[in-house]
Design a protein around this ligand. Structure first.
Ligand code: SF4
Ligand code: SF4
Length: 197
């Protein structure tokens, strides 16, 4: 164990340490200010001015296994893959998945989710539901952030239709365009917080 060293005389009178702290803080401030000015002038583009990311105008590169908003995957005919086995709901530590199973008209399909809902306010984005699913019916590979402030709080609960639509959009538009549209909505909400997402 490293013992706490005795303070020196200069440390004990604090003034020198306070001056050092102030010099460090203002040094960083001036450095960042200088880089921001250079960035605004189109210079020093490869140097970051500050550690903060100017979200939603700037995007941090996500790791390939980033866990974004959920989606329910689809069969080729557009029907939901989920078989209502409840394994995801059982594995979910936040108990935020609600499933109501129903019998399918097609006798070759045992069950399907009549209702499938995720309460995203409770979800901790752990990915256990994805791991638990035996038929790859739920994924978190959308690359989209959780919704932060929807105009209607009921939208925090994502139902089967929303989760299926996300898969359809991803298939039709591609991940890059879906992400661009998502960012545009986020930017709009930043400017007009009461606008609907
Ligand atoms: S990510 Fe985790 S907390 Fe969220 S629904 Fe899936 S299992 Fe539950
Ligand atoms: S999403 Fe997967 S684990 Fe969850 S109920 Fe459907 S089939 Fe089962």
């Amino acid at each position: 164990m490293k013992r706490r060293e005795e303070l020196t005389f200069l440390e004990r009178i604090y003034i020198v340490e306070i001056a050092r702290g102030v010099a460090l803080t203002f040094g960083r401030l001036l450095r960042n200010f200088l880089f921001h000015v250079l960035h605004a002038l189109g210079l020093a583009k490869n140097v970051r001015a500050a550690a903060s990311i100017q979200y939603p105008n700037e995007r941090r590169p996500y790791p390939s296994r980033y866990r974004g908003r959920h989606r329910l995957t689809l069969h080729e005919d557009g029907s939901v893959k989920c078989t209502s086995c409840f394994l995801c709901a059982t594995a979910c530590p936040a108990k935020c998945i609600y499933i109501q199973a129903a019998e399918h008209d097609d006798p070759s399909i045992e069950k399907f989710p009549h209702r499938y809902e995720i309460d995203t306010l409770l979800c901790i984005y752990c990915g256990y539901c994805v791991e638990a699913c035996p038929v790859d019916a739920i994924r978190m590979d959308t690359g989209l952030h959780p919704e932060v402030y929807p105009s209607d709080p009921r939208r925090f609960i994502e139902d089967k239709e929303v989760l299926m639509l996300r898969s359809k959009e991803l298939q039709e538009k591609g991940a890059a365009q879906v992400y661009q549209e998502h960012m545009r909505k986020m930017q709009q909400v930043e400017v007009h917080p009461r606008s609907s997402l």
